[in-house]
Design a protein around this ligand. Structure first.
Ligand code: HEM
Length: 495
């Protein structure tokens, strides 16, 4: 209340009435966060406003200028690291190095992105094996599967083929560790933040790490590979090391260090998986739910895919051919426009007073975030903004058949229309200082997996209608219990 009163003096606020109303609104906002943000964004259109949630008064941005200020501010003033640390309490749940060492970012920006075409055959190979082993479907009957169980497991496996290679990505202990990791630390962090007093947090964190031991288990699982690769480096045989994320991390200098301890590499690998798996899995499942809810898109996309990709030989698919599938690209982009991971996106914590370009000052120790649903569902930006239009981004004149992969230039309007293009009105992958460096990998992987699904399987919703996403506070997840029926197509593709 007191904090809100101070904020109210500076900015309009959602739900700031008398003392009791302030608390009641704060609680109701937890139950229907997205709807409450939409109401506030409409009322304070074009302005910054504050929003009470979980005892915080978060400053929300929606306009191009405010979002730009937020995303380009120096880390020492508006910190993503401090916000993540505070929201997830990773200091306690995994360890202080989880957020503070960041040499995985240059490894993704350079090595991973430069190696995408080289790694595509591995992605496709693992995809084929994973679909065969995890789905195991037949041609003569429909099988009901729960996408929220099946596809995160496949995405963990395919992503880790590129991160650590074929042996570990199929290792059941390794996959089990990663499948639970994000949920464990998100839930553990939220509990510690909300109910554990500051003084007790180190003890609770110690207990948490003792029970779950994510870092310890990852160090143990990677130990043999790290030792072998270090030996290769020492004996002048570095060229024998596999071309994967673990090697790229080992090669990445950090604060004058050129050698990393196994514990440090294990922590980076946990971090890479944390940022990669949850996001990619959710994006994939949302797109799949749209596909089965509106089956007319299956035919449109299948026809495009059959034009550019050989259905019988997925191992021969190329990055260039996938880039030509602009309807597929648009379909995924549209799904990500409407299905955000959180209605409060790209949180930052003010470390010093922060001044927006319109002169508004936010005092230290406050959260600033983007009300992404208000931006992505703004009728002045998108026609029929709340309606799913799978071809919205491929309708642009001249986009069909154009090799969009060459247009990596933000001034090229076609680039903005493609999945990995970002702008102040399309913020799924962020923007500015911390723009997602993994979006090219995520996009490539989602396209391969979706193309394969469309070409190889018939699918329909078991319950006949798309189940709504579930929301907990600002965070959204694809309907957990939804079942989808799959059947292998007669003229099946691949092995
Ligand atoms: C659909 C999938 C994905 C989505 C929607 C997504 C979204 C985002 C967003 C919005 C940010 C910026 C966060 C902020 O400004 O607060 C971000 C940052 C980041 N993402 Fe992604 N991401 C995805 C996949 C991936 C993948 C596959 C990787 C790794 C291979 C990755 C690695 C990262 C890293 C390292 C950062 C931090 C960059 C920095 O601090 O400079 N992401 N992501």
């Amino acid at each position: 209340w007191e904090k809100g009163k101070r904020k109210q003096a500076e900015l309009p606020s959602r739900g700031f009435g008398n003392l009791w109303m302030s608390y009641i609104t704060s609680i109701s906002n937890v139950i229907r966060t997205k709807a409450a943000i939409q109401v506030a964004a409409k009322r304070y259109y074009g302005q910054l406003f504050t929003f009470p949630l979980f005892g915080e008064w978060v400053v929300l941005t929606t306009t191009k200028e405010h979002v730009k200020d937020q995303l380009n501010a120096p880390e020492s003033i508006l910190s993503m690291e401090a916000a993540t640390e505070e929201l997830l309490q990773t200091h306690h749940t995994v360890g202080p190095l989880f957020c503070s060492e960041t040499y995985h970012i240059p490894a993704i920006k350079t090595a991973l992105n430069l190696n995408l075409a080289n790694k595509l055959p591995d992605i496709l190979d693992e995809m084929l094996l994973a679909f065969n082993e995890e789905l195991n479907l037949s041609e003569d009957r429909w099988s009901s599967l729960r996408p929220t169980t099946i596809f995160p497991a496949i995405i963990t496996r395919v992503s880790n083929r590129v991160f650590v290679g074929p042996k570990l990505c199929r290792n059941s202990k390794y996959r089990k560790l990663l499948n639970g990791f994000s949920d464990d630390i998100i839930t553990g962090g939220a509990i510690i933040r909300m109910v554990v007093p500051g003084l007790l947090r180190p003890a609770v964190g110690w207990l948490f790490q003792l029970v779950f031991g994510h870092h310890r288990r990852m160090t143990h699982l990677l130990a043999a590979d790290i030792t072998e690769r270090q030996r290769n480096r020492e004996t002048g045989n570095a060229h024998l090391n596999p071309n994967d994320m673990l090697t790229w991390l080992m090669d990445q200098p950090w604060e004058g260090r050129t050698e990393h301890a196994p514990e440090s590499l294990a922590m980076r690998m946990l971090n890479v998986n944390f940022v990669a798996l949850h996001t990619t899995s959710r994006a994939y499942i949302h797109a799949l739910y749209h596909l089965v809810a509106q089956p007319e898109y299956v035919l449109i996309l299948r026809s495009e895919l059959e034009t550019y990709l050989d259905p019988k030989n997925p191992l021969a698919w190329s990055k260039e051919a996938l880039a030509r599938c602009v309807n597929l690209d648009s379909f995924i982009k549209e799904s990500l426009r409407l299905n955000v991971h959180s209605a409060m996106w790209m949180p930052r914590l003010t470390l010093t007073p922060f001044e927006f370009s319109d002169g508004t000052i936010v005092q230290p120790n406050n959260f600033i975030a983007t009300a992404i649903t208000a931006v992505h569902e703004d009728e002045t930006i998108y026609d029929h903004a709340t309606k799913f239009d799978g071809l919205r981004f491929s309708k642009t004149e001249g986009s069909v058949g154009v090799d969009l992969d060459v247009g990596m230039d933000a001034t090229n309007p076609l680039w903005m229309q493609r999945l990995t293009g970002t702008s102040s009105s399309y913020l799924t992958f962020g923007g500015g200082r911390h723009i997602c460096p993994g979006r090219f990998f995520a996009s490539l992987q989602i396209k391969c997996l979706l193309a394969f699904l469309i070409l190889r399987y018939d699918m329909r919703l078991a319950d006949g209608m798309r189940l709504s996403d579930s929301w907990l506070g600002p965070v959204s997840t694809p309907a957990k219990r939804a079942q989808v029926l799959f059947r292998k197509r007669g003229a099946a593709v691949g092995r």
